[in-house]
Design a protein around this ligand. Structure first.
Ligand code: HPA
Length: 272
């Protein structure tokens, strides 16, 4: 059942009250952690976790590797909050559960959002466990979170150019190689066919996944500065002959977690 704006607004305000009653910190930076990348939240100091199942109206992920936790804490000396686990469009066939966490982060006063994901590599220079800074996106989910908003929507650069510069710089300083590229988001849940990957490659996509595009679109329209980083967990269908499984995707993401964690720490230090 689709929810109207009023219902969503009252749910967000109820959730906000619930979180505010538990947490004193007022971070301005949030990180959404994708498949296999959630461990970064375990490295926060002074952690103050909330189980997302306790937050009013918060969607539950059915994907095994996604713990649903909103963890407040410090990375370096900077107060942040990290969302472990996300709900994918394919889990419900509805957009609102995908967007709800972004609405909550916005209500909490988050100004800078770093969204991460696991993605299949299409660009032939990519290999598993590489990291890609997202410079732009192609939304092939055939959804748009701004559809119901009755205002003219400006053209905008969804991924903040200054943040991109900072992230590039941190990668260089820490000697963590970072590709730059375009992320293409699809509904899933099946991995793509070789023909679909060839189509996305010709459209300009460098990596492909089943998240991020609608969240970023909403976050940016709400005025947040957004950055996106993909962990290339596998080469896409047809780019490699290997069959894909969710298990392998999370395993490679875990293997990349050290450099990924280090990169995130550096980024937060620089923007905090
Ligand atoms: N395709 C779609 N989503 C993904 C992939 C992929 O190859 N790898 C990780 N998430």
């Amino acid at each position: 059942m689709k929810k109207d704006r009023k219902t969503i607004a009252s749910q967000v305000s109820e959730a906000l009250q619930f979180i505010r009653a538990k947490i004193k910190a007022r971070p301005k930076i949030a990180i959404v952690l994708g498949s296999g990348l959630g461990d970064v939240a375990d490295t926060l100091s002074e952690p103050d976790p909330i189980d997302t199942s306790a937050i009013p109206s918060f969607p539950r992920s059915t994907v095994e590797s996604h713990h649903g936790r909103l963890v407040f804490g410090r990375l370096g000396n900077v107060s942040i909050c990290a969302l472990q686990g996300r709900v994918h469009y394919y889990e419900t066939g509805e957009l609102e559960p995908v967007l709800y966490p972004v609405r909550i982060l916005h209500a909490l006063g988050i100004k800078t959002l770093i969204i991460t994901n696991a993605a299949g590599g299409i660009n032939r220079f990519f290999k598993p466990a590489d990291l890609m800074l997202i410079t732009d996106q192609i939304n092939l989910t055939f959804e748009n979170p701004l559809r119901a908003i009755q205002v003219s929507i400006q053209h905008q650069q969804l991924y903040d150019p200054n943040l991109q510069e900072i992230i590039d710089q941190v990668g260089k300083e820490k000697d963590i190689p970072l590709h730059r590229g375009i992320y293409c988001g699809l509904q899933g849940p099946s991995y793509e066919t070789a023909a679909e990957i060839e189509m996305i490659r010709r459209l300009g996509g460098d990596a492909v996944g089943m998240s991020t595009v609608n969240e970023v679109s909403l976050a940016s329209s709400l005025g947040m500065r957004v950055a996106g980083i993909s962990c290339i967990t596998n080469l896409s269908t047809g780019i490699s002959d290997q069959k894909l499984s969710h298990g392998e995707v999370t395993e490679v993401a875990r293997a990349a977690k050290q450099s990924f964690g280090e990169l995130l720490r550096g980024i937060i230090q620089n923007i905090g």
